[in-house]
Design a protein around this ligand. Structure first.
Ligand code: HEM
Length: 299
């Protein structure tokens, strides 16, 4: 019951944010609400924004797009995947609620990332109708991600708090630099998964807020202006800079997450579809959780 409450609150929050402000966003008012240089007090972010936009954002995105998969290809070829027996006992890890929330987030990202890249490199795609359609799809996928991001944050937060296993895990990079199958110190989630959780949820919320600021670009929200002291145009520039910065981080870790789930640990992807993990995989990769389950007589 509590779970459905989370979902309803998240949906209501989004719907009211979209309709609350009294602004004409679809007609000529759109541009008039954005002040030019010197018209309102400004942080003078214009030159910084233009410099970052011209010299860094697209270049770093391209480097992430090519560099991160290249590193993983090398890892796959040199060290190879971890293969665990799929004939042993199964351990129930993810409830149906966990799986649905996760699947909605996954589908949203599969739309958000390519459409985001197409917008970043819009001129290479000829601009126009096609890129505009991708922009709309990006907006739609933001809504579905927005609905599940708070439930995802709440459902996993207890297991994602840092502990001493995380330091030990980091020191040995989770055992991924070796072919050996030695028990790795980690609870239900390891330090790598925890990092992804925080970036995906808190970073994801920053992406939603900054994305919405840019999408509804003439929403002259008095409250935000008085709280931050930023002019409308400054607010948009800060939003664009943060969206690009967190975007790079989220995309790099998303690629890592998919590599781990689909390639690096053979068959791991089944857990988020069926809810079950292989016993041997838990024993090796989540040894502290395995010991705890044994002690509690759950396996
Ligand atoms: C094609 C896309 C995706 C695939 C194939 C995938 C796969 C998986 C798998 C197999 C697990 C269980 C890992 C384990 O415990 O062994 C998992 C967990 C998780 N997923 Fe995803 N996922 C995808 C997209 C996403 C997205 C978009 C988000 C968030 C926005 C996300 C967030 C998480 C989190 C926070 C966990 C728990 C921590 C972790 O295992 O990393 N996933 N995912």
């Amino acid at each position: 019951m509590k779970k459905y409450l989370f979902l309803s609150i998240a949906s209501l929050f989004l719907a009211s944010a979209a309709f609350a402000a009294d602004s004409q966003i679809w007609d000529a008012m759109r541009i008039q609400n954005i002040y030019g240089y010197g018209q309102v007090e400004s942080l003078g972010l214009g030159p910084l924004f233009t410099m970052l936009q011209a010299n860094y954002f697209a270049q770093i995105f391209l480097a992430v797009l090519i560099g991160v998969p290249a590193v993983f290809l090398l890892h796959y070829l040199v060290i190879g995947p971890k293969v665990f027996s799929h004939d042993g006992k199964k351990i129930y890890a993810f409830s149906i609620f966990n799986r649905i929330v996760h699947q909605v987030a996954a589908i949203s990202f599969i739309v958000l990332i390519p459409t985001g890249f197409i917008m970043t490199f819009g001129s290479y795609f000829g601009g126009g109708e096609f890129v505009r359609m991708m922009k709309d799809l990006h907006g739609i996928a933001t809504i579905s991600f927005g609905i599940v991001v708070i439930p995802m944050f709440l459902m996993w937060i207890k297991d994602m708090l840092p502990n001493f296993d995380d330091i030990k895990w980091m020191m040995i990079v989770g055992g991924y630099l070796s072919k050996e199958k030695k028990p790795v110190p980690a609870g239900k989630f390891n330090a790598g998964q925890k990092s992804w959780y925080w970036i995906a949820t808190l970073g994801g919320m920053v992406m939603i807020l900054t994305g919405a600021t840019m999408y509804f670009l003439d929403f002259d929200i008095e409250m935000v202006r008085s709280m931050t002291g930023l002019s409308q145009i400054d607010l948009l520039r800060v939003a664009a800079i943060l969206h690009a910065f967190f975007g790079m981080l989220v995309v790099a870790l998303f690629f890592t997450h998919v590599y781990m789930a689909v390639f690096a640990i053979k068959g791991a992807i089944h857990s988020i579809i069926t809810g079950y993990k292989e016993e041997e995989e838990v024993e090796i990769l989540h040894s502290s959780w395995y010991k705890k389950l044994k002690k509690e007589g759950k396996i």
